[in-house]
Design a binder for this molecule. Sequence first.
Ligand code: PNS
Length: 158
Amino acid sequence: MRRVVCPGSFDPITNGHLDIIGRSARLYDEVTVAVLINVEKSSLFTVDERIDMLQTVTKEYPNVKVEKFHGLLVDFCRHNDIPAIVKGIRVVSDFDYELQMAQLNYRLSGVETLFMPTNPEYSFLSSSRVKEIARYGGDVSGLVPDLVHTLLVERLRS
Ligand code: PNS
């Protein structure tokens, strides 16, 4: 069984994340989407809300499951017998940051990191930008799954 993890905050999931998850699901037998529980960072959606959204929008991939984790990602990998992490790379600055993280994670545990170039259609996309645009009434349809779009607009209206 070839397993991989796609980790992140997913606050909320964007079409860029979904593209990386879907492509990973075609390469691996099992993909675990791991949502970080980060008590230090305020978020728009709770971890459980994010998990619900992720489960719904990845329904078409039977080999994708969604979990939450706290602490070190490599500990989550060890506990779940996952030997590799997939990270999407949008721009060169992502690579600078992710390379250090990948090397540290390897040093800590031997867990490998594989970089997947983001679909150019989404190379400008991030959850924070989506939230900022939506907060000021901009149109984020096409940047996030339809369900997320609806929930985002509802949440920011309340
Ligand atoms: O979507 P994000 O916020 O960019 O995801 C970052 C994430 C969750 C992948 C990263 O912060 C992470 O792995 N955090 C867990 C703590 C950890 O293992 N840190 C790495 C030390 S080298």
